[in-house]
Design a protein around this ligand. Structure first.
Ligand SMILES: Nc1ncnc2c1ncn2[C@@H]1O[C@H](COP(=O)(O)OP(=O)(O)OP(=O)(O)O)[C@@H](O)[C@H]1O
Ligand SMILES: [Mg+2]
Length: 456
């Protein structure tokens, strides 16, 4: 039982309980209840913007917001074309992925023309200076403040147009007695920063840490408060990093930006076509390229599969960049509808370059990659495929078929396997590229995988 004056609060959803529980009764997550001091909320109406009178839509004055460039084109794209003034943006990501680096670079670039305040609640002034030197940021007009009390940050922020807070988990409001990083603190600090952005006309960038599951640490309400939420993704040992918009009030939430971490900081990768596929594909069995759409761009992504005989009873299924359940489902469809056995095979699937394939349109390429690996028959490097897979083994139509096909054409692919229902939209390109329309998975396998089955 909690001591008098304390309660247990779920760090994921903010749900409360008078006693410790292993599972939060509100959101169902395990191990998220943490003891906090019981206190009356210090500020009423945590999420609020300046109030207005009821106004007719036609009478509302139109405001033309000029988007501001960050100095990194890829970041501008993910933001929907640049920073919208007086908005609040959250960047989340694993430890050490480069959150502070990218925002230091943005601060350096913005400070050439604007007044920028970089608030570091995690590092000392000399550490920030060290990073700026490494990134070659002179930043004559860039102000750095090491402070974790939000009240002080608010006081200092008056003179600046852009405020960067590193990080939301490290700042606190002294009027709340709960500890730094707790749900109450994060919620309150985020709402205060939001009010600062909207009422004092400042543009605010906030860094957020993520939990071990990859979600931004703190209550879900944190993401609701923000105008834009971006996630930095990538394997720690890989220099390639992907910035993904998960929420954007001023642009598409599908956009991704591709970056590379170098000693001189984060560099944008302009030509990402070669990043997610290798030149050697086609020589070995198990690799197939799909055309994946993220926001406005189409990227070729190579899917690689490795099969090995199961040693113990339970075969292993290990996807990287592909959803586990989706992969298991595709394996089941292959077993039942294409009669390819997987029951005694360990399966490892990898989407190259550390990208996460969320689209169902990559199903067909994943299935072809799996079939190619089991049959130990390579798929020609000039072949690409896209299409969604149904449980009965049918290949279903996908959106943006023409865009995907044109991208394949541009990159020099010779053959493209498309869902039959998309064929009408793309048949006009049949003289430039071989188009194989398929209704069922087995047709696609027959078309691109030669049956020279030998032991893998
Ligand atoms: N001298 C260097 N050369 C190359 N890369 C470096 C160098 N110094 C740091 N890095 C890269 O910068 C990364 C750290 O970046 P940064 O501090 O921006 O991460 P972060 O996301 O803010 O981390 P944290 O969550 O710990 O604050 C390191 O993981 C490393 O890859
Ligand atoms: Mg940092």
């Amino acid at each position: 039982m909690a001591k008098k004056g304390s309660k247990y609060v779920c760090q994921e959803c903010g749900g409360q309980s008078p006693q410790w529980l292993g599972k939060c009764p509100h959101c169902g997550r395990f191990g998220t209840m943490v003891e906090e001091i019981d206190e009356a909320p210090a500020v009423k109406g945590t999420i609020s913007i300046p109030a207005s009178k009821p106004t007719l839509l036609k009478d509302i004055e139109k405001q033309h917001y000029q988007r501001v460039k960050t100095g990194l084109n890829e970041l501008d794209t993910v933001l929907g074309g640049g920073i919208v003034p007086y908005s609040i943006v959250l960047i989340g990501g694993d430890p050490g992925i480069g959150k502070s680096t990218i925002l230091t670079q943005v601060a350096g670039s913005l400070s050439k023309t604007e007044k920028v305040l970089y608030v570091s609640a995690e590092e000392s002034l000399s550490h920030v200076k060290l990073r700026c030197d490494r990134l070659n940021i002179a930043g004559e007009n860039l102000t750095v403040l090491c402070e974790s009390r939000l009240e002080e940050i608010e006081k200092v922020s008056k003179d600046y147009d852009y405020i960067i807070v590193d990080s939301i988990q490290a700042i606190y409001l002294s009027e709340l007695s709960s500890s730094q990083g707790s749900v109450a603190q994060i919620k309150e600090c985020a709402s205060r920063l939001m009010r600062l952005a909207k009422t004092s006309k400042k543009t605010v960038f906030v860094i957020g840490h993520v939990t071990k599951d990859g979600a931004i640490a703190g209550p879900k309400v944190l993401e609701h408060i923000m105008d834009t939420v971006l996630y930095f993704e990538g394997e720690p040992q890989d220099s390639l990093k992907i910035l993904r918009a998960v929420k954007n009030r001023f642009g598409s939430a599908q956009e991704v930006g591709v970056f590379e971490m170098t000693e001189q900081g984060i560099k944008e990768v302009k030509d990402y076509n070669g990043v997610f596929m290798s030149e050697e594909r086609g020589a070995q069995a198990g690799s197939v390229v799909t055309q994946s759409i993220s926001g406005n761009r189409c990227m070729p992504v190579e899917i690689q599969t490795l099969i090995s005989k199961t040693v113990f009873g339970m075969p292993r299924r290990m996807p990287i960049g592909v959803d586990y359940n989706r992969m298991v489902l595709i394996i089941a469809v292959l077993e039942r509808k294409a009669y390819i056995p997987f029951f005694n095979q360990d399966v490892y699937v990898n989407a190259m370059g550390g990208i996460k394939l969320n689209e169902p349109s990559s199903d067909l390429a994943i299935a072809l990659s799996l079939a190619s690996a089991v049959k130990n028959a390579p798929v020609n490097k000039g072949v690409t495929a896209f299409g969604e897979l149904g449980l009965t083994g049918e290949v279903r139509a996908v959106s943006f078929a023409e865009k995907r096909l044109l991208n394949a054409l541009k990159l020099g692919f010779k053959t493209v396997v498309v869902p039959k229902r998309n064929y009408d939209a793309v048949k006009k390109y049949a003289d430039k590229i071989e188009i194989i329309p398929v209704s069922y998975l087995s047709q696609a396998i027959k078309a691109v995988i030669k049956d020279n089955e030998k032991d893998a």
